[in-house]
Write a protein of this length. Structure first.
Lengths: 384, 100
């Protein structure tokens, strides 16, 4: 019995003639449980390797011999261990000998030069042909957005997408209704309530009206129609390291540099008159929020419930996408003013309406001037 | 206090039955606000929302899973929610502090 157990230890999986299974040393019923692994697996060397196994004696003998002279240039062999099969002596280094570099060592240099020249010609031809025929996508990208053309005033990215007029098919003269709505609703939204009348903001309604007349009421109308049709989306973008949100209409994909510039110019001319709620800490005008307020206010002034709903949708989208973060200090919500912010923009992010900024102003009387100018880094309490 | 919580809970944790953040619960908005969300009409902004670690009794229960599903449905950002699947069972098995 003991003998049998010892035999079992020696069982291996191969079918060599000495196999106890083959030779019948193990009774047939015991074959099923022969899972014991042999302590020393027999690897049939000749099946795996073409070269003879490492002959240590010969290797040691060769080591004692003087080093062989430079090998023949054409074979390019790195003979680390003389006469030893390279895989056995040096592991991965052996791969080098039979692999890539070895094969290429035999390629004449002339062939390589010809191949390189051919590749160069092909690549050059491809590049040239692409330069001649830019793909439509490239063309579209290059003409889509040219911020450098209106970057004279240091404001955050103009809401150029909202101000596009390039595809307008509407009549040039605005309807009486839209103009009336614009005149009444727009400036009213961003003026301080009469309780705190800023001395300087008086002429802003005229300024904005002038601006909008310069732009043409049909541009605003087009934006309104985009919003009513729901053809707009919120875009999150980064400017000067600050993440911002803005609306972007689908049917107006091209930036309207002209109208944005006009708006900036008009605001710039009447710098002192501009509502401070739309002033950025850098001294520029927050044109994006201004356009938002223009479009939204003109929609809200409508009696059509669908338009009012569309106006609220503008707020919803901006509000939900806002990235503005606050800290809780002594139970207060505190927001730190960042580059490109304006009081109206902060109000838009926290209350959904730019015109809600007096709430912030009122809560920060101690650090803000009554006009509402803000500084970068200022910590504003945001009442909830 | 819910039955499971009365048996013991992780110190500093807050009990929030998943029914309270179900879509049809009238107080859901208030709870979301308490978690730091900002509300405007029917939309929420979760920029200020707290990071949550949600757990329940453990693998034998799915209350935490339901709570997370409700939160996600409400728009709570997934990257602000962590799910401690081991729950109270694993917590106590490894001998961590349990308050009762």
């Amino acid at each position: 019995m003991n003998d049998l157990k010892r035999q079992k230890q020696k069982i291996s999986f191969d079918m060599a003639p000495g196999d106890p299974v083959q030779s019948g040393l193990i009774p047939p019923q015991a074959r099923r449980v022969q899972i014991a692994l042999p302590t020393q697996p027999k690897i049939p060397a000749q099946d795996f390797y073409e070269e003879p196994l490492f002959d240590r004696a010969a290797w040691e003998r060769d080591l004692a011999l003087p080093k062989p002279s430079e090998p023949a240039a054409s074979t390019h062999s790195i003979n680390v261990t003389p006469r030893a099969p390279s895989f056995a002596a040096t592991g991965l280094m052996a791969m080098q000998e039979r692999g890539f570099s070895h094969r290429f060592a035999r390629v004449p240099r002339g062939v390589g030069a010809v191949a390189a020249a051919f590749i160069l010609v092909v690549v050059t031809g491809t590049v040239m042909s692409q330069r001649d025929n830019p793909s439509p996508q490239q063309a579209a990208v290059s003409s889509e957005y040219m911020p450098e053309t209106f970057s004279e005033v240091p404001t955050r990215a103009v809401i150029a997408d909202m101000t596009d007029v390039s595809e307008i098919s509407a009549p040039a003269t605005p309807t009486a209704q839209s103009r009336a709505a614009l005149n009444t609703a727009v400036p009213a939204g961003l003026q301080l309530p009469s309780a705190v009348p800023p001395a300087s903001a008086k002429s802003q309604p005229e300024r904005v009206r002038d601006a909008m007349q310069t732009l043409g009421g049909n541009k605003l109308r087009m934006l309104r129609e985009s919003v009513i049709a729901g053809l707009f989306d919120v875009e999150i973008y980064t400017r000067e390291g600050v993440e911002r949100v803005r609306l972007r209409t689908y049917n107006a994909p091209l930036a309207n540099v002209v109208s944005s510039n006009l708006l900036i110019d008009v605001v710039g001319m009447g710098d002192a008159e501009m509502s401070a709620a739309l002033r950025t800490p850098e001294g520029g005008a927050d044109v994006e929020t201004m356009m938002f307020e223009l479009v939204q206010a003109s929609l809200l002034a409508d009696e059509d419930t669908a338009r009012v709903e569309a106006a609220l949708d503008m707020s919803r989208k901006i509000f939900a996408a806002s990235q503005a973060r606050t800290e809780a200090i002594d139970g207060r919500r505190v927001y730190t003013v960042q580059r490109g912010d304006s009081l109206a923009y902060i109000a838009l992010q926290f209350y959904g309406r730019p015109s809600a900024y007096p709430r912030i102003l009122a809560a920060n009387r101690d650090i803000l001037q009554s006009s509402g100018e803000i500084q970068i880094g200022q910590r504003l309490t945001i009442p909830s | 206090m819910p039955d499971g919580r009365a048996l013991g809970f992780i110190p500093g944790s807050v009990s929030l039955p998943h029914e309270t953040v179900a879509k049809d619960n009238a107080f859901r908005d208030e709870i979301l606000k308490a978690l730091g969300a900002r509300a405007f009409e029917d939309v929420f902004n979760f920029a200020d929302a707290q990071n949550l670690v949600v757990f329940d009794n453990g693998p034998s229960q799915n209350d935490a899973g339901i709570l997370i599903a409700h939160l996600l449905e409400a728009g709570y950002p997934a990257d602000k929610i962590r799910y401690f699947r081991g729950g109270m069972q694993m917590w106590s098995v490894v001998g961590l502090t349990v308050r009762e």
